[in-house]
Design a protein around this ligand. Sequence first.
Ligand code: AMP
Length: 119
Amino acid sequence: MINKTEETIFSKIIRKEIPVNIIYQDKLVTAFYDKYPKTPVHVLIVTNKIIPTINDITTDDEIIIGRLFTVAKNIAQSHGISESGYRLIINCNSHGGQEIFHLHVHLLGGRSLGPLVVS
Ligand code: AMP
């Protein structure tokens, strides 16, 4: 059983204890490049607060969740992929393929992703 209450590597990244290229940070969210990019643009937008999964979101978090999307939109724009298009993905728990239990949005783009393929 995975312990979903502990800090993940993302907390260290947010606190800048691990050197990564932080694209954007404010008091609610932090964005940085995925270490193992699946597409030419692959950015993770992470909540600064430890929210392990989508299942753990409460109404108190609605401002944070909204910020994830406005930041994703702005990063898509700054990376020149707004018009060509992109995909936002949030994985949840094991069937959703979630590996790191700290809520994050994947911003994927920079090439045609085709239709959503689920394996
Ligand atoms: P998920 O499967 O939705 O939990 O996604 C976790 C993502 O974190 C994967 O795409 C990993 O490639 C990425 N990842 C893991 N470790 C790091 C790291 N140290 N820095 C940046 N991205 C990471």
